[in-house]
Structure formats: structure tokens, C-alpha cells
Design a protein around this ligand. Structure first.
Ligand code: ZN
Length: 88
């Protein structure tokens, strides 16, 4: 299964892997691979300044260049991209 998860979701990679193993154990999906694309958090202000946030700045969402308020343009994803199944 392929997932896209944004940095702002605060998902811990090792917890996600553990949960996947736990919910698929003893089911037809046991042993299935989980692949996660981690998406950086990106904010943009009204001037169009785009900034990739690092983990230490998730609580400060003002524009680092002009201090204006920003909106989040990436980083809130939590999507199933696809699920590959082999016929038995
Ligand atoms: Zn700005």
C-alpha cells in the first residue's frame, strides 16, 4: 500500500509501520508492504513567499521573509495513493 503523509500530520514513521503490522497480522494482508511518501510542510504568504518548514518551526506559521500570515500549501496530506493486490 502506498500512502502520502504530510509532515503536519505529526505521524511518527515507526508508529505507522508498527500499526500496519498490527492491523494486517493474521489477515490476507499479512506481510504486505507499506510505502510512505513523506510530504514536507510548505507555507505561503499573500506576497507569494513559499517556505518549507522544518520540524522546529511548525508552531510559527508567519512568513519568515515578511512576517505576514500564511496558509499551508502542503503538509496536511493523508492519502492512500494506491493498493496493489496480486491474484492468488
Ligand atoms: Zn512573505
Amino acid at each position: 500500500m502506498n500512502l502520502r503523509i504530510g509532515a503536519l500530520r505529526q505521524v511518527v514513521p515507526s508508529s505507522m509501520e508498527y500499526a500496519w503490522g498490527f492491523v494486517t497480522a493474521a489477515t490476507p494482508l499479512e506481510g504486505a508492504r507499506l510505502h510512505i511518501d513523506w510530504i514536507d510542510a510548505v507555507i505561503e504568504c499573500e506576497q507569494g513567499h513559499r517556505t518549507v518548514l522544518d520540524a522546529s518551526s511548525y508552531l510559527d506559521l508567519s512568513c519568515p521573509r515578511c512576517d505576514a500570515p500564511t496558509r499551508v500549501v502542503a503538509g496536511e496530506e493523508f492519502q492512500v495513493v494506491d493498493l496493489e493486490v496480486e491474484a492468488a
